[in-house]
Design a protein around this ligand. Structure first.
Ligand SMILES: Cc1cc2nc3c(=O)[nH]c(=O)nc-3n(C[C@H](O)[C@H](O)[C@H](O)COP(=O)(O)O)c2cc1C
Ligand SMILES: O=C(O)C(=O)c1ccccc1
Length: 359
């Protein structure tokens, strides 16, 4: 990994190492991929307005999210199918996240079971913080079985993906004929749920029938904190707060669902204003630099999550590759905080950003 200095540097060697069909699955997005590009270009248009001479010393990045500790305000977003990237799959990702002391949001559609992900994290950290991403199923028995498994594995929050009433339409996958995992790989959290197709991704029901009533049923089913992922509209954020949700993840699913949806950082300020401090707000989509992290904090996010960069790190170097990606983001975030005159993530305020034409 010598010579890989930035998060962006990991994509080309990952593309080189991966089966091109799998690279396209990871890199791609919905339709014309306009939102995929918007997520990063929107960060480039925001400019930082630093403070000087505040004597804050070396920044301390440690923070809490939902009262849970994270060594930095950068989490690992849920991404499916890590075995396509590396034979150690989510085991390697879990060790890297735990070693870094930050939160791994394990995907429901992981290729390693949630119990094994948790066990792996515990090999390297005494009390790793693991959350579980859930696609709510209309069959609440199915939902409950998955939730109980995640609870028993020790996860400390559920992240319900709300932006997927249907699969995103990825034309790269259509052109490549990629619709299933290759033989020998399966969704290990689904393997006991239906005897006819154990672990098959087809078991997952993404449905336009889902509504706030399903969130309420989940709320009644578990004491775990529930975050809603994929919120872009401030009105939905306000409803979420009224419905007893514990946190919001502003996200457009990395541009993989509704193409031409606004960039996640464009959606952030209105969502933060709508919840008015009632709930913590996180963001994912397009985070590639420490400056992106600080811009999201400035608009009021308490933390951000990264998706594709983790997959590229995993592909290139397994656990060490993910560790390197997280270290780069940590160093850049600390440096940016220092140059902005901030000593902690909590000191980053909205007056530090200005939206405008590209630099
Ligand atoms: C390959 C891949 C798989 C993903 N799988 C899931 C998933 O199973 N569940 C989910 O809620 N989000 C999923 N996401 C979306 C991420 O959680 C996150 O919203 C997005 O990747 C953030 O954008 P970024 O890749 O620009 O960091 C996936 C994203 C990618 C790139
Ligand atoms: O790839 C994704 O973004 C994702 O969330 C997903 C959804 C259904 C099946 C596999 C992955």
């Amino acid at each position: 990994m010598d010579g890989l200095l930035t998060v962006a540097d990991f994509e080309a060697p990952a593309a080189e190492a991966l089966d091109p069909v799998h690279y396209d699955y990871f890199a791609g997005g919905a339709r014309d991929e306009i939102t995929v590009r918007a997520n990063t270009s929107a960060f480039a248009r925001i400019r930082l307005r630093p403070r000087v001479l505040r004597g804050r010393g070396t920044p301390r990045l440690a923070t809490t999210v939902l009262g849970q500790p994270a060594s930095m305000p950068v989490l690992l977003a849920p991404t499916a199918f890590h075995r396509l990237a590396h034979p150690e799959a989510e085991r390697a990702t879990a060790r890297a996240a735990a070693r870094a002391g930050t939160v791994l949001v394990a995907a429901m559609l992981s290729t390693v079971a949630i119990e094994d992900i948790a066990a792996e994290a515990r090999k390297v950290a005494a009390d790793p913080v693991l959350w579980f991403q859930l696609y709510l199923q209309r069959d609440m028995g199915f939902t409950e079985a998955v939730v109980r498994r995640a609870e028993a594995a020790g996860v400390r929050a559920l992240v319900v993906t709300a932006d997927s009433p249907a699969l995103g339409h990825h034309e790269r996958n259509d052109r490549n004929g990629f619709h299933d995992l290759p033989p020998g790989m399966r969704c290990e959290n689904l393997r006991e749920l239906r005897a006819d197709e154990p672990g098959h991704v087809r078991q997952v029901d993404l449905s336009p029938d889902l509504s706030w009533a399903h969130v309420a049923r989940l709320r009644a089913l578990t004491d775990l904190p529930i975050l809603l992922k994929g919120v872009l509209h401030p009105e939905d954020a306000r409803i979420a707060a009224d419905e007893g949700v514990d946190g919001i993840v502003v996200s457009n699913h990395g541009g993989r669902q509704l193409d031409t949806a606004l960039a996640s950082v464009e959606a952030l300020p209105a969502v933060v204003d709508a919840v008015a401090g009632r709930l913590p707000v996180l963001l994912d989509g397009g985070i590639r630099r420490g400056t992106d992290v600080v811009k999201a904090l400035a608009y009021g996010a308490c933390a951000v999550a990264v998706g594709r960069p983790v997959v590229w790190g995993l592909t290139v170097g397994g656990e060490d590759g993910v560790t390197r990606v997280l270290d780069i983001l940590r160093d850049e975030t600390a440096h940016t905080l220092m140059l902005c005159g901030c000593g902690t993530p909590a000191e980053v305020s909205r007056d530090l950003v200005l939206a405008g034409p590209p630099c």
